[in-house]
Unconditional design. Structure first.
Length: 467
């Protein structure tokens, strides 16, 4: 890297003296996300105001070969926003406007630093619905959701971020500014660059405007909490619900420890968890006709009663529904507050969930670690929190990675893959050989080189070090 005085002066001219930072406190602030306890401060933090400023910054970065890392809300769990080579930390926080809600075409155009929940609430006021709701939706940004192809609880019925992105304004690493598609529901014109950018983790370009498809808002929902005496049976029930012809709007799995930790950590949650309960399913159905939703809920009861369950809780009020969702969304935060941990983001075809859960527990026993599992069971996405607890530092550093590799090998053997929604980033990249052969990875690297010939944009992410 050639980060000299001349380059610094050019960057200062682009953003202005008030939006360039080299002090230690700011650099440290932008040097971490929610990935374990990792910290990689950039050498300088820039806060551009628009796509044109970002374009000029990337031209300078290209000229001087300065690594440049796009930084969003820093809620990521794969280290995607970490400036592992120093260089420029490019905060997008000033690009924070909802530009237009198009009620006629059911679309919204937004900048990337809009909080996902703020966006959802804004379109909801127009009786429209943006369904993607990652657990961190109260703090994550829509641009980060695009970068990671975020999912969330309602992906099981409504899909993930990629299913709603119609068009993107993107600044390429060379400084060129392009729109990737069109604001249309159908588009067979050339390569699908929009979907190539979605989920590319900030390695191919920097998204500065996003056009999202919206749908009409449903008016009613029913929420059930089903306690199971056996965790594997809870996983088996997931596939059984779909085979019965029911498509829930959310279907979440929480094993016993996940609920215990969440209840202890969060205020205002009261759930009767008996000692013999091993897992719970949180099941939601939504629509516009309450009588139809109650019929679907009754069908769900018929299905789950084939398994060993306890009394099912129907959430009667909005407060009760909100408390149950708070419990589910708070699991990761509760685990982090109580222990050093690593979180993996496995995903398999939903019928294979029981085998995945059983295998994870067996692998944990083999390598001496405890795991807390929960996640979006309706789409086969199981989050695995590996707890350090009393494990020695040496075993944590040496044995746990071996166990993680076996978990991913099991996942792939079940026709799954390494990440459902968190991305690969920094912490999972050395497991990519499990999912892809060398030729496949080299093809991806060649695509990266076409977009970013000098490898300045978010380098050191996704691809294994040995490739």
């Amino acid at each position: 890297m050639n980060f000299n005085t001349e380059a610094f002066q050019k960057l200062t001219t682009i953003v202005g003296e008030n939006y360039i930072f080299i002090d230690a406190e700011t650099r440290l602030h932008f040097g971490h996300d929610e990935t374990e306890d990792l910290s990689f401060p950039p050498q300088v933090v820039l806060k551009p105001a628009n796509a044109q400023e970002i374009s000029e910054i990337l031209k300078v970065a290209n000229q001087y070969k300065i690594p440049t890392t796009p930084i969003g809300a820093r809620t990521g769990l794969s280290g995607g926003a970490l400036s592992i080579f120093g260089g420029i930390g490019l905060s997008l926080e000033r690009l924070n406007k909802i530009i237009e809600i198009d009620e006629n075409n059911l679309q919204v155009t937004t900048e990337p630093a809009v909080i996902t929940q703020v966006l959802r609430e804004a379109v909801s006021q127009k009786n429209l619905f943006y369904p993607v709701d990652p657990s961190s939706m109260g703090s994550c940004w829509i641009g980060g959701n695009v970068a990671e192809n975020a999912g969330g609880a309602r992906a099981v019925k409504y899909g993930v971020t990629k299913d709603y992105v119609l068009n993107l304004e993107v600044v390429l690493p060379t400084g060129a500014i392009i729109w990737t598609g069109a604001n249309t529901l159908k588009n067979s014109t050339g390569y699908n660059l929009t979907q190539l950018i979605v989920g590319s983790e900030g390695t191919l370009g920097i998204v500065t405007k996003i056009v999202l498809k919206l749908i009409p808002k449903n008016t009613h929902n029913v929420l059930l909490l089903v306690p199971f005496y056996k965790a594997e049976q809870a996983c088996e029930a997931v596939s059984a619900i779909f085979r019965a012809g029911i498509v829930p709007s959310a279907l979440e799995f929480m094993e016993r420890d996940a609920i215990d930790w969440s209840v202890k950590y969060l205020e205002g949650i009261s759930v009767d968890v008996k000692p013999e309960h091993q897992a719970h399913l949180l099941i939601e159905v939504d629509g516009n006709y309450p009588e139809i939703l109650m019929q679907e809920a009754e069908k769900i009861l018929v299905v789950v009663e084939q398994f060993e369950i306890d009394e099912v809780l129907f959430a009667d009020t909005e407060d009760q529904k909100n408390a149950l969702w708070k419990m589910r969304r708070g699991v990761a935060e509760a685990v982090k507050a109580n222990s050093i941990y690593k979180e993996e983001d496995t995903v398999v075809p939903r019928y294979e969930l029981p085998k995945l859960l059983k295998g994870i527990k067996e692998i944990g026993s083999k390598y001496g670690f405890q795991s807390v599992c929960y996640g979006h069971a309706g789409d086969g996405n199981l989050h695995v929190n590996i707890i350090k607890g009393s494990m020695s530092d040496s075993n944590w550093k040496i044995e746990v990675p071996k166990g993680i590799r076996e978990i991913f090998e099991l996942t792939v053997s079940l026709k799954g893959t390494l990440s459902g929604e968190h991305g690969i980033g920094l912490v999972q990249k050395n497991y990519m050989d499990i999912a892809f052969n060398k030729g496949h990875l080299e093809l991806m690297e060649r695509i990266k080189a076409v977009f970013d010939p000098n490898n300045i944009l978010n380098p050191g992410k996704i691809f294994p070090d040995e490739l």
